[in-house]
Design a protein around this ligand. Sequence first.
Ligand code: ATP
Ligand code: MG
Length: 317
Amino acid sequence: MTNPSIEAVKLSKRYGSFAALTDLSFKIEGHKCVGFLGPNGAGKTTTLKIFTDMIRASEGQAIINRIPVHENKRKALETCGALIETPEIYPSLTPKEALSMIAEIRGVPREERNKRISEAIAELKMEEWSDKKVGKFSKGMKQRINVAATLLSEPNIILLDEPTTGLDPRGMAAVGDIVKTLKKKNRLIFMSSHLLNEVSDVCDEVAMINQGKLLVYDTIENVTSRFSGNGGSGSIEIGLLKPLDDMTLNKNISSIPGVMAVEKIDSRNLRIRFNGGNENQERLLVSLVSMKIGLISFRPSSSALEDTYLNLIKETQ
Ligand SMILES: Nc1ncnc2c1ncn2[C@@H]1O[C@H](COP(=O)(O)OP(=O)(O)OP(=O)(O)O)[C@@H](O)[C@H]1O
Ligand SMILES: [Mg+2]
């Protein structure tokens, strides 16, 4: 079987004089998970809706597995599962009944339905509650049913629009884990998200857009090394037992080798920017401890992906 692929060819979408997407082109191919990032209103949902033919592009083409979506919707979407804008599930149905209804609507052959539903339920580990009524389920459980629904067509491509939005941290982690499992079955997953940690955690590559235009599409490693703009530098935040006098702050900490800037977040928390990689970070921590300034915590102040994202978005504002 050939590699799954999705391709945007010069996609544009206009609403009156407003351009929601302009000349968006990318080709994503292979078994991987790609994060689709961009600020509110960037055009992520618009792109995903064009890929599922929920809306029509003003210009250009969306292509799934080499088949143009708008021209040949049924064939193009046959091997694609999508979750866009969380659909509500009737509270009086059980997950099994809800999935059965969706399978029927989507035209899954009758003789295949039970098998596909059982497989989807097993893959999302919903066996225990697959016969209970949805009415009492948490948002996270309902979202799992929605993700299960994307599997009914046995897709090799899965499109997800912010699958963890609206979930509490535990629900987010659960859906994040699910995306990781979905990945294992040789699928191409394209997922929009605002959660950079989640994307760094589960995705292999990222596509970033802003104001309807593609900024970059590459592996996370390449994107962060090209655009994080800190030239191998990092920053950490430290917490202190007691407020630090300015003298220690300015003289002692600033003079530790590698330190580029020290910034007070508040009287007991500092942000320190330093250059060099992990070795310098280790040296910095050793120095801070030996200064006996009452160091009680330290953590990286932002991820490389977050730096990159903010830099790229800033440049195009
Ligand atoms: N039906 C519509 N009519 C007019 N403008 C629209 C319509 N749908 C979307 N837009 C506009 O298109 C732009 C892109 O919207 P879209 O929903 O694709 O953004 P998004 O990247 O998904 O944002 P978010 O992160 O908030 O979900 C926004 O400015 C939005 O207001
Ligand atoms: Mg959206």
